[in-house]
Design a protein around this ligand. Structure first.
Ligand code: NAP
Length: 359
């Protein structure tokens, strides 16, 4: 069967490179077109990745090289990306560009976005594969309402991802009333441009707009799909987001008030049982377990755990009861911001969409 031709927009960036790594030698998709800003347009992908002064190649995916075929492709200017024959667009560009570009693509082609601007629009599904793929149904309404051949399906903010994966496991078993989360986020979550001198030997106490996004996006992800919008969950979330001197991987300390009382072993069992229906599909970039629970109190750690299952599993540890919140439990998690939280997660979502007939 012919492979679906994929275009990757923002291919030179951190999230876009994760898309490319996940698409390398893919059984169902082929990398057919690349796009980025005017800075990269007209160059081969190999040249666009390489600093012209120093000759240094800026490839950020650990453990693999850029796909050989992609290196030879010409990078197109994102606004004039040629869509003929393209079956899916992966859009991984910064926010302002995404606001303008994604509707241009989605008028013709299903577009999977890692960016913020369209996430909270009522007819745009905000999806984590393995958590709420049942929200994808609203793209039919989006297409009708907007008169588009394609549609936008968005992935959440990478900080909401690990939180929502674990909250959904708890919600399904016990119900979830409220959650307090404090994050220690990896540098790569900020894209390529964070100044090294700011972050080395430091913790930055504020990430603009991050806490608000975690709160509102979590409610949408945990919500129920209606015919033309998602009915948001009423969970109350309080977030404190910090940036830590860690390259990849967001660590989050979470305390949750459950709907019904549970002991530690019941919580661990809920985490370990979560998502089996989804992982049993055996999609090419799927983790074997949505959540990996550690009983060693020194885990999870970003350096040891972020790359588990190609960065697609959420690693959880230090599960214990919380004496302050009603029916309280608390735990730490590590989630790979650029893999499950962005590029590879976008490819896993596309795999599910193909499996379920959305592509
Ligand atoms: N990094 C993460 O862990 C992560 C996680 C979840 C979501 N996201 C989201 O994913 C998106 C990309 O983030 P990133 O971290 O990959 O950023 P990044 O490393 O800074 O890369 C940005 C990409 O966007 C391109 N770009 C910038 N301005 C553009 C324009 N006006 N038109 C077309 N392309 C443009 C850049 O192309 P040039 O190389 O030509 O400049 C580059 O390919 C953002 O919306 C971000 O919020 C990122």
């Amino acid at each position: 069967m012919a492979k679906i031709k994929a275009a990757v927009v923002g291919a030179t960036g951190i999230a876009g490179q994760q898309v490319l790594a996940a698409l390398d030698n893919h059984p169902w998709f082929e990398i057919a077109a690349l796009a980025a800003s005017e800075r990269s347009a007209g160059k081969s992908f190999a040249d666009a990745l390489t600093d012209s002064q120093s000759g240094i190649r800026r490839w950020y995916v650990q453990g693999c090289e850029p796909p050989a075929g992609a290196l030879r492709l010409e990078v197109q200017e994102a606004r004039s990306l040629r869509l003929d024959g393209i079956g899916v667009v992966f859009a991984a560009v910064e926010s302002e560009a995404a606001r303008e570009l994604e509707p241009i693509y989605a008028r013709r082609v299903p577009t999977i976005s890692t960016a913020r601007p369209h996430r909270m629009e009522p007819d745009v599904p905000l999806v984590i594969p393995g958590v709420n793929v049942d929200h994808l149904g609203i793209v039919a309404h989006q297409r009708r309402r907007r008169g588009w051949e394609g549609y936008i399906a968005a992935l959440p903010n990478c900080t909401a991802t690990g939180l929502a994966v674990t909250l959904k496991a708890l919600e399904d078993r016990f119900g979830v009333e409220s959650a307090l989360v404090t994050t220690m986020q990896g540098i790569s979550g900020a894209g390529r441009d964070l100044a090294a001198l700011d972050i080395v030997e430091n913790i930055i106490p504020f990430i603009p707009r991050e806490e608000e996004r975690v709160v509102i996006e979590t409610r949408k992800i945990l919500g129920r799909p209606g015919t033309d919008a998602i009915d948001e969950h009423r969970v109350r979330v309080s977030a404190t987001c910090t940036r830590a001197s860690v390259l990849n991987g967001h660590t989050e300390s979470v305390a949750v008030a459950l709907g019904t009382k549970a002991d530690v072993e019941e919580v661990i069992a809920a985490f370990e049982a979560f998502g089996h229906d989804f992982t049993a599909l055996g999609l090419p970039n799927s983790p074997r377990r949505m959540i990996t629970v550690h009983r060693d109190p020194m885990r999870p750690q970003p350096r040891l755990d972020r790359d588990a299952e190609l960065g697609m599993t959420t690693s959880v540890g230090r599960v214990r009861l919380d004496e302050v919140l009603p029916n309280g439990v608390k735990y730490l998690l590590v989630s790979h911001n650029a893999a499950m939280g962005a590029g590879r997660g976008a490819v896993l979502l596309a795999e599910y969409m193909k499996h379920a007939g959305y592509l």
